[in-house]
Write a protein of this length. Sequence first.
Length: 58
Amino acid sequence: MPRSVNSVASRAKRKRVLELAKGFFGRKKNVWTVAKNAVEKGLVYAYRDRKAKKRDFR
């Protein structure tokens, strides 16, 4: 019997990432592998810059 894959969950995960990539330029907004990397990097910058913003206000 072949392996069962939860395609509903994996599709939802991809959809969530592609929605976060909305507004990115070129293939970053619609190609899964490129968008995933761009979103991950963007979230890292967002986390880092929330801390940096507090330093700017001081």
